[in-house]
Every structure is written in C-alpha cells, then in structure tokens.
Design a protein around this ligand. Structure first.
Ligand SMILES: CC(C)(COP(=O)(O)OP(=O)(O)OC[C@H]1O[C@@H](n2cnc3c(N)ncnc32)[C@H](O)[C@@H]1OP(=O)(O)O)[C@@H](O)C(=O)NCCC(=O)NCCS
Length: 193
C-alpha cells in the first residue's frame, strides 16, 4: 500500500504514541484498514451501512493512526461541479470522524487543515462539504451557502433518480484559491456525499 505520511502530531498527554496522519488512495486500502475504518464509521455514525463508505467510496482518505489503531478518518472526493455556467474544481469532505477517546484535541481540525493545504496545492477552487452541525467547520474557515443543488440520488448501490434544484440546507464551502463562491444553481454531477 502506498501511504503518504502527511503529519506527525506530538502526544500532548505525554503518554503513549503520537498520532501519525497518512493520506491514502482508496483503491489501495487493504482489508485490515478497511475493517478498522468501517468499525470507526459505524461507532461514530449510528445506522452506518455494513461497509467502509456510505454511498460510494471516496477517492482518497486521511487516516490518523495512534499505536497502529485508527483514531480518525476523513474521506475526500475529487469532484468537478457546475455552478450556473462555471465549472468548478473541488475537493469534497466525506464522513469526517474521530474516535470518542481522541476527541476535542484538534484532530478533526488538523485533518481539515491538511485537506485545505492539499486542495490548494492541487489547484482546487473550493473544499465543499455537507453538514447539519456547522461548529467544527465554521471554526475552520467554512461558510454555509444556500445555492439550490441537483444530484444523483443513490441508496444502497441503487440509482433512484435525480434531486433537482433543492437547497439541501447543509452545504458549506471554503475557498482555497482567489475565486469567490459563485451565485447560481449547483449541479453536483454525482451523488451528494
Ligand atoms: C465532529 C468530530 C469529527 C470532531 O472531532 P474532534 O477531533 O473532536 O474535533 P476538534 O477537536 O478539531 O474540534 C472539536 C469541536 O468540534 C465541534 N463539534 C463537536 N461535535 C461536532 C459535530 N458532530 N459536528 C460538527 N462540529 C462538532 C465542537 O465545537 C468541538 O469543540 P469542543 O471540543 O470544545 O466541544 C467528532 O466529534 C466526531 O467524530 N463526531 C461523530 C461523527 C460526526 O458527527 N462527524 C461530523 C459529520 S459532519
């Protein structure tokens, strides 16, 4: 497996091993890591399906490990979307979660900082996500937007149809270039993650 180590985080508790953050391509995730990710996702999101992704696998993930155990994870979609007439390159944050014993120490914020930096390096215009609770994201530079969106409805590996021009009420964006978030209807060109 080809892991890219992106960060070593000192252990501020002064005991045990530090957290190491890796970026890994989804296609290269093996069974053992996949099982660990699935159990973390199922603990963090009640009702999560019996697999390591909700609708479709993300393109890559950030995985935070402590002593060989997954402490947190964040999926990332590389998603080109259309807003009105403009085509916009984005990264989309999916299923960010941190194990209960690891929370409130800035781990999720650090993963968000990593994806922001990587998005900038890759020439993305925005990092987008969908969240009811905006506390973590507002603190880390995301803003709520109310554009109407269209997306492909997928449930349990089945395409159900299209949602058209609906404000999902949960979209947030962070600019990583110098472009302002455009006005107009959003075509997500895929599922809502
Ligand atoms: C949300 C979550 C990833 C935060 O991880 P973390 O490493 O504790 O995050 P940070 O330490 O960087 O920031 C913590 C802050 O996030 C905010 N926060 C807590 N739960 C949150 C949630 N479910 N959604 C958004 N923000 C949240 C709080 O403001 C919190 O501050 P506090 O510790 O003073 O209460 C973690 O609580 C979690 O996995 N929750 C369950 C899964 C989930 O709801 N994920 C978000 C999906 S959109």
């Amino acid at each position: 497996m080809h892991w890219i180590k992106v960060q070593d985080v000192g252990d501020e508790r002064g005991a045990g091993e530090a957290v190491t953050v890796f970026r890994v391509a989804e296609a290269e995730i093996g069974q053992d890591l996949s099982r660990q990710l699935q159990s973390l996702l199922q603990v963090c999101f009640p009702g999560y399906p019996d697999r390591s992704y909700f609708k479709l696998p993300p393109h890559f993930r950030y995985v935070a490990m402590r002593s060989g155990v997954v402490a947190g994870q964040m999926g990332v979609e590389l998603r080109v979307i259309r807003v009105a007439d403009s085509v916009v390159r984005t990264f989309g944050v999916v299923d960010l979660c941190v194990g209960e014993s690891e929370r409130s120490r800035g781990l999720a914020s650090m993963l968000l900082a990593e994806v922001t930096e990587f998005a900038r390096a890759c020439g993305m215009a925005f990092v987008i996500l969908f969240a009811d609770d905006d506390r973590l994201y507002a603190r880390n530079g995301w803003a709520r937007v109310r554009n109407r969106c269209s997306w492909v409805k997928i449930d349990n590996h089945t395409t159900l149809g299209l949602a058209r021009q609906v404000d999902p009420g949960v979209m947030m964006v962070k600019a990583v270039g110098n472009r302002a978030w455009p006005v107009g209807d959003v075509d997500l060109l895929g599922h809502l993650f």
